[in-house]
Design a protein around this ligand. Structure first.
Ligand code: NDP
Length: 278
């Protein structure tokens, strides 16, 4: 049985450290989350972010906007927070309603306040090896790998999934740590065979328990980013945990793996954004 990478435990430790730092500050770092409409999953995510921010001692605000908000109104709202020195991090909860152009919205956030790390300038800086803000999920995975002193240099990594928020940036970060990275996706041939070549396997697909033991080399490190509901309504990852864990050297559980690390990194980047303004 592989060692469980305890994301929840590490996230708690990081948030505790952030709280200690914030206590000593004369001014509170501020995080505003813009939430459009009533998407139930988004409402839960935003509530968690608010709880984390308050626990750490940030100035925390949820700007709730009706689903009928126009693109122009949303852009105006973002601009107000770009100009507001009390808020160091701005996050627009995705997905947005269809009448709003997501790219335009992400471009409107000042890169220095883009704590989600999705602004094209921040993506460009990440790729060029000079990151300012890093997408939180890949950032959290790298922190987890570092905490458990998992060697990456010279290792073979396979990332399944090529989204802008997980697959592509984690591949970039692993490459920066000298892993040799393959990005696989829905058009990859012989996917299980490709995955089986990995010393480090990162799975970010969004299909419940798709990755079984036939994808995993003995001794591999398995990072499961997926968050899915199975037929019984239970939260499960993209990896068949019970089948894969005995083969892996390290493995993240779902829940309590990558998810809590994502939240912790959002808080860390908010404090970093604040510190850069001093
Ligand atoms: P996307 O839907 O944006 O991307 C999914 C990727 O998986 C795509 O590149 C797609 O390939 C690939 N894919 C889909 N089906 C298959 C398949 N059958 N075989 C191989 N590849 C496939 O998802 P995200 O990256 O946003 O999220 C992935 C998962 O991670 C989801 O479960 C999501 O909920 C979770 N997540 C968890 C977070 C956390 O904090 N724990 C944060 C963000 C996401 P193609 O490009 O060819 O379509």
């Amino acid at each position: 049985m592989g060692t469980i990478l305890d994301g929840a435990g590490l996230a708690k430790k990081i948030k505790g450290e952030l709280h200690e730092k914030v206590k000593k500050l004369n001014k509170k770092p501020g995080l505003v989350v813009l939430l459009l409409g009533e998407n139930p999953a988004s409402k839960v995510y935003v509530k968690h972010k608010e709880m984390d921010a308050e626990e750490i001692g940030f100035l925390s605000k949820i700007e709730r906007l009706p689903v009928t908000t126009t693109e122009e109104e949303l852009l105006d709202c973002i601009e107000r927070y770009n100009q507001n020195d009390d808020y160091h991090g701005i996050l627009v909860q995705l997905p947005l309603p269809e009448h709003i152009n997501e790219e335009k919205v992400l471009l409107a956030i000042r890169p220095e306040k883009d704590v989600d790390g999705f602004h094209p300038m921040n993506i460009g800086r990440l790729v060029s090896g000079n990151p300012l803000m890093t997408p939180c999920t890949p950032y959290g995975i790298m922190e987890l790998l570092e905490e458990y002193k998992i060697e990456l240099s010279g290792k073979t990594a396979v990332v399944i999934g090529r989204s802008n928020i997980v697959g592509k940036p984690i591949a970039t970060l692993l490459t920066a740590k000298n892993a040799t990275v393959t990005i696989a996706h829905s058009k990859t041939k012989n996917l299980a065979e490709v995955a089986k070549s990995a010393d480090i396997l990162v799975v970010a697909i969004g299909v419940a328990e798709m990755v079984d033991k036939s994808f995993v080399k003995k001794g591999a490190v398995v990072i499961d980013v997926g968050m899915n509901r199975n037929a019984e309504g239970k939260l499960v990852g993209d990896v068949k945990f019970d089948e894969v864990a005995p083969l892996a050297s390290f493995i993240t559980p779902v829940p309590r793996g990558v998810g809590p690390m994502t939240r912790a990194m959002l808080m860390k980047q908010t404090l970093e954004a604040f510190e850069r303004t001093l």
